[in-house]
Design a protein around this ligand. Structure first.
Ligand code: KG4
Ligand code: ZN
Length: 361
């Protein structure tokens, strides 16, 4: 696709697909480099903690209550009025539909009232493009996206051009961390708690499986690992503090090894189908885990590329990634009508297909 607009552009981005209410303002300069002018994120963790997971109805209501304040905060931080914007972007899916409707409807209202182009951003595409905002990573690169809802290895060839190389056949990695934490009586969200416990545990005490290891495809399966951990825990219950730490360390070690094995397969497919990647890029909350990061560094090193790991605040859900994806699309003239629909399900392959259809016209 060719670049249509060469002037710097400023885009407001809105994110409400899960349990973060977020808005940000990002500038894309003439050279395609990104600058975050404001980035406001309000996590709903406290609202969901007592339920041990995100409750969709509570999430949607919480977004409605705070979104206007969050957007006003972002615009204030960027010292901009709506007239100063070149476009308004919102995550239009995939995600919890109640929340998606809240964010997209707000973006439509702002775009309509202030006569600005609307960009309906795919949340996964926004994660995929974040490395270009933070590190100006050139295409093509290999993305490892690991969050509470997604686990994917993707070939990122261009804006709107994604190849799915591997995914999970059951739980997402973050979900497996969260379920493990719940089982062991640790708080929500579980990933950081499991990592904390693992730091003082023995990763070799429990022999947990490495599901899918050695397979040619690059898919993940995490539910068996979680079950194996439950069986080990039940065998030695009641659990002492040391037992919990050892279980967490063994679990984390197993996940890190599975990630290495699956990424080796995914990167092999990348090289075969796309060529040499400019980088291995990580995104999603799980990328904050140091053991996982070490594993990623190792596989990147093995194939002679580097790891691009955006700062944790931009790896987890945020408005800046939506604004940036909006700016990248706007630069190519890819905007959406006000009639665009919110989507609970929206695989990246469909984004690629839509771009191919457009290019063929
Ligand atoms: O990307 P994210 O903020 O939200 C979405 O799910 O979209 O990811 C949250 C997930 C949760 O499952 C959380 O437990 C996990 O990322 N996570 C971690 C760590 N920090 C967050 N998992 C392992 N280790 C961590 N340090
Ligand atoms: Zn996400």
């Amino acid at each position: 696709m060719t670049q249509l607009y060469h002037t710097p552009m400023i885009v407001l981005g809105i994110e409400t697909t899960c349990d973060e209410t977020a808005a940000a303002v990002v500038q894309r300069d003439d050279e395609g480099h990104g600058h975050i002018l404001a980035n406001v994120v309000l996590s709903q963790i406290n609202e969901h903690a007592e339920f041990g997971g995100v409750v969709p109805e509570i999430a949607a209501r919480a977004h409605v209550e705070v979104l206007d304040t969050i957007i006003a905060g972002a615009m204030g931080e960027a010292k901009l009025s709506y007239d100063g914007l070149d476009g308004v972007a919102a995550a239009a899916g995939p995600g919890l539909i109640g929340g998606v409707i809240v964010g997209l409807t707000m973006a439509k209202a702002i775009a309509f009232v202030h006569h600005k182009p609307l960009i309906a951003v795919n949340h996964l595409e926004a994660h995929a493009l974040t490395a270009r905002l933070t590190d100006a990573t050139p295409f093509p690169y290999c993305l490892f996206l690991a969050s509470g809802g997604h686990t994917q290895i993707l070939g990122v060839r261009g804006v709107g051009d994604y190849v799915l190389l591997g995914g999970t056949v059951d739980d997402a990695i973050g979900e497996a961390f969260d379920k493990t934490a719940k089982l062991l009586g640790l708080g929500y969200p579980g990933g950081p708690q499991v990592e904390k416990e693992a730091a003082r545990g023995d990763p070799a005490r429990f022999a947990l499986p490495r599901p899918m290891a050695g397979r040619q495809d690059a898919n993940f399966s995490l539910s068996g690992l979680k079950t194996a951990l439950r069986i080990e825990a039940e065998k030695i219950a009641p659990l002492s503090d040391d037992d919990v730490a050892d279980l967490c360390a063994s679990f984390q070690q197993a996940v890190a090894e599975v990630v290495m094995d699956r990424l080796r397969a995914g990167l092999g497919m990348f090289v075969e189908r796309i060529g040499k990647p400019t980088a291995l890029v990580c995104a999603g909350g799980v990328a904050a885990n140091q053991a996982i990061r070490k594993a990623l560094h190792r596989v990147a090193f093995e194939i002679g590329t580097s790891l691009v790991a955006p700062p944790p605040a931009l790896c987890t859900d945020n408005g800046a990634m939506i604004a940036w994806a909006g700016a990248e699309r706007l630069a190519l003239g890819l905007t959406d009508p006000l009639s665009v629909a919110p989507r609970a399900r929206w695989p990246l392959e469909e984004v690629t297909k839509a771009a191919e259809e457009l290019a063929a016209k």
